[in-house]
Design a protein around this ligand. Structure first.
Ligand SMILES: Nc1nc2c(ncn2[C@@H]2O[C@H](COP(=O)(O)OP(=O)(O)OP(=O)(O)O)[C@@H](O)[C@H]2O)c(=O)[nH]1
Ligand SMILES: [Mg+2]
Ligand SMILES: [Zn+2]
Length: 305
């Protein structure tokens, strides 16, 4: 039988079987897990073949992945673990306050998803906390992202009486929810699907930061064709395995323009002469903040605040 991994502890895996039942699985001893450079060979979202024995199972094969999202190891830089595999869309949950999400973070998640052509959706949460100036800032930001082709929603997960616009976008898909700790990922999921009863945490008044209420990624099957992956808050999103030359390909507003650069595909759009991207930044048709994110990715600087 085949199934999808909902949860992984490293030694056993919770698998949603194609028969709609759930199985606690172990990995067959001689299953070769070599050739994986990531620290976890089986990730949430993986499709696996397994032999069921009652409510338990033994995984005999990991089926090929359509895509995956990597998470940089906190302890060992240069190493990564697979956050989730076989995703249909990425929902970035962001906030201007409590905590403030950096634009660098948003753009890095967008670029990671775009490198697999995984559709993206940005949802700004906690709009109830914003004053008029901040709401104006948020509206401008939303317009800038919408102009690059990314869908944007403004919500208050805790207070909006009706969240159906966002619920509708999750139907019949596997959605990964990414965002800093404390932005309200689990709160949003509880509002949309009360049966989940996920733990949510308080924001510390002192640091305005969350305190990692969710500690590992977990996928939930909401119905036969709808899955959602809640993830632990991620502070910095690394870009693994990406060449400098390819990064502008993952900025939709740069993708076609870059063909007009004098140095063609060798142009990194930093200070080269007759660069079409630099020209578009000067005229304002590429947002300055997006270009700043691009530069920080190419030069390998830390995420901007
Ligand atoms: N004011 C306000 N607070 C909210 C809103 N949504 C969530 N919160 C609060 O933000 C805090 C953190 O919410 P969580 O859902 O635990 O955040 P999370 O993203 O799951 O955090 P981690 O699991 O640590 O990654 C809780 O105290 C929520 O009540 C909102 O729309 N408005
Ligand atoms: Mg959470
Ligand atoms: Zn260029």
């Amino acid at each position: 039988m085949t199934g999808r991994v909902l949860k992984s502890t490293g030694s056993w895996y919770e698998v949603a079987g194609e028969d709609t039942l759930q199985y606690a699985c172990r990995v067959r001893g001689k299953l070769r897990l070599e050739g994986f450079k990531e620290s976890n060979p089986i990730a949430v979202g993986d499709r696996v073949a397994f032999e069921a024995i009652g409510k338990e199972g033994i995984i005999t094969e990991i089926l090929p992945r359509d895509n995956h999202m990597l998470r940089q190891s906190v302890k060992r830089t240069g190493h990564a673990s697979v956050l989730a595999a076989n995703i249909d869309q990425v929902l970035i949950l962001a906030t201007l306050r409590q905590p403030r999400t950096s634009l660098g973070f948003i753009d890095r998640v967008l670029v990671s998803a775009e490198s697999f052509r995984i559709p993206q959706l940005i949802v700004f949460n906690k709009k109830d906390l914003l004053n008029e100036d901040e709401l104006r800032e948020l509206n401008q930001l939303s317009i800038a992202y919408q102009e690059t082709g990314t869908a944007v929603l403004l919500i208050s997960a805790a207070h909006d009486p009706d969240l159906t616009p966002i619920k509708d976008r999750l139907q019949n898909k596997v959605t990964l929810i990414a965002g800093h700790s404390g932005v309200g990922k689990s709160t949003l999921l509880n509002r949309l699907f009360p049966q989940l009863e996920l733990a949510t945490g308080a924001i510390s008044g002192y640091s305005e930061k969350g305190t990692h209420t969710t500690t590992f990624a977990e996928m939930f099957r909401l119905n036969e064709t709808t899955f959602i992956i809640d993830t632990p808050g991620i502070k910095e999103w690394g870009l693994m395995d990406m060449d400098k030359q390819e990064i502008s390909d993952y900025f939709p507003e740069m993708r076609e323009l870059r063909l007009d650069c004098k140095f063609g595909s060798r142009c990194l759009h930093l200070n080269e002469p007759k660069c079409a991207i630099l020209h578009a930044v000067e005229t304002g048709s590429i947002a300055a903040s997006r270009y700043q994110s691009y530069v920080s990715m190419v030069t390998g600087e830390d995420n901007r605040k």
